[in-house]
Design a protein around this ligand. Structure first.
Ligand SMILES: NC(=O)c1ccc[n+]([C@@H]2O[C@H](COP(=O)([O-])OP(=O)(O)OC[C@H]3O[C@@H](n4cnc5c(N)ncnc54)[C@H](O)[C@@H]3O)[C@@H](O)[C@H]2O)c1
Length: 339
């Protein structure tokens, strides 16, 4: 099977492309490299011992995207391409709606015109919004996410449901990621954020490697066991494997379908658990200070991941130690990321 992967040069995309190649899929990556490096794809091919095809294309460019679909015989699409910084989305809502919603609509149009009917979509736990109590499970209604980023994911999920209702043979799995961290065990690929990291784990590892002075922990009086926020951290390799299981599940569906699956461990960890875990398993000290809470941060959420286990046959296998050690291997071997 040939899988077209949008955003395949990015953090989760590159790990998923590696998983696809090592399982025998052919892969075509489409990425405009706005938040990634082609070097990630060079390393993925080196690790897999197999070549992929790459087109530097913006998914909003319908003509260019159409050319890629014409050039290859695509069986299914995994759609990672999008912008993902919650804070930035509050400052630039139009940029986020344009990229994440318009980009997806263009992709869907090209898929329709090319007769490609199978899609795995990168959604997010943020679609549950503030109203749903944790653990989040898929039967809970999509909520009202507070940021334009979260709204863009919720809107795309709804667009996908409408398309599946209108087109009987369309098959979609929306994967709602919790908090992906870690890196491939080789240390050759990992998360390489532009500028100041928005997420906890790259910030922790950049402090440890000496790129940043100290970590700011936003809030220490949340109603949690140690006052810091609780999240469901999931190893990026486990997450990548979830996409392979989703593709296999979609392949088995005889009729069209549109379903959502949580990809998390179901095990909430606090910010301090992560800092202490990193120090314990890597031996590296992480300086930190407490800072004011950030607007919109929820105290705690984590996954009920039982649906992915029973229906997709997916189960995370990596431990907290793996997440910490693999993050540090990537960061210490690549202090400046792919540069
Ligand atoms: N990392 C997380 O914490 C997280 C959590 C939930 C959901 N997600 C979603 O998963 C997906 C992948 O996230 P990631 O962490 O790998 O992010 P990333 O920024 O590393 O990867 C996204 C990739 O998409 C590319 N891209 C962006 N806009 C594009 C466009 N218009 N055309 C072509 N390529 C484009 C970027 O260059 C990048 O390579 C995103 O859709 C994100 O919203 C991520």
């Amino acid at each position: 099977m040939t899988i077209l992967v949008t955003g395949g040069a990015g953090y989760i995309g590159s790990h998923t492309v590696l998983a696809l190649l090592t399982r025998g899929y052919d892969v075509v990556v489409v990425d405009n490299l706005c938040n990634s490096s082609e070097q990630a794809l060079v390393r993925v091919q080196q690790l897999a011992g197999k070549a992929l095809s790459f087109a530097q294309v913006d998914i909003r460019d319908k003509a260019e995207l159409g050319n890629v679909f014409q050039q290859y015989n695509i069986d299914a699409v995994i759609h990672f391409a999008g912008l993902k910084a919650v804070g930035e989305s509050n400052d630039k809502p139009l940029t986020y709606y344009q990229n994440n919603i318009q980009g997806t609509m263009t992709l869907l149009e090209v898929m329709q015109e090319s007769g490609v009917k199978t899609l795995v979509f990168s959604s997010s736990a943020t679609v549950y919004g503030e109203q749903n109590p944790p653990p989040y499970h898929e039967e809970q209604a999509i909520g009202s996410p507070s940021s334009p980023y979260g709204k863009s994911k919720a809107i795309v999920e709804q667009i996908l449901q409408d398309i599946c209702r209108a087109q009987e043979q369309f098959k979609v799995a929306s994967l709602r990621y919790f908090n992906p961290i870690g890196a491939d065990v080789s240390g050759l690929i990992g998360e390489d954020p532009n500028g100041i990291p928005n997420n906890l784990m790259p910030f922790v590892s950049q402090v440890a490697v000496g790129k940043r002075e100290k970590l700011s922990i936003f809030g220490n009086d949340y109603p949690t066991k140690d006052g810091t926020c609780l999240r469901d951290y999931i190893h990026v390799t486990d997450l990548a494997n979830g996409h392979i299981d989703a593709l296999a599940w979609l392949d088995k569906q005889v009729n069209g379908c549109c379903d959502a699956f949580n990809l998390g461990t179901g095990n909430p960890l606090s910010v301090l658990d992560i800092v202490q875990g990193f120090e314990q398993f890597t031996g590296q000290k992480v300086c930190y200070e407490f800072a004011a809470k950030r607007q919109g941060d929820l105290a705690a959420f984590w996954a009920d991941a039982s649906k992915a286990r029973t229906e997709l046959g997916w189960q995370p296998v990596k431990s907290l130690k793996d997440m910490m050690v693999d993050t540090w291997r990537w960061q210490s071997q690549n202090p400046n990321g792919y540069c």
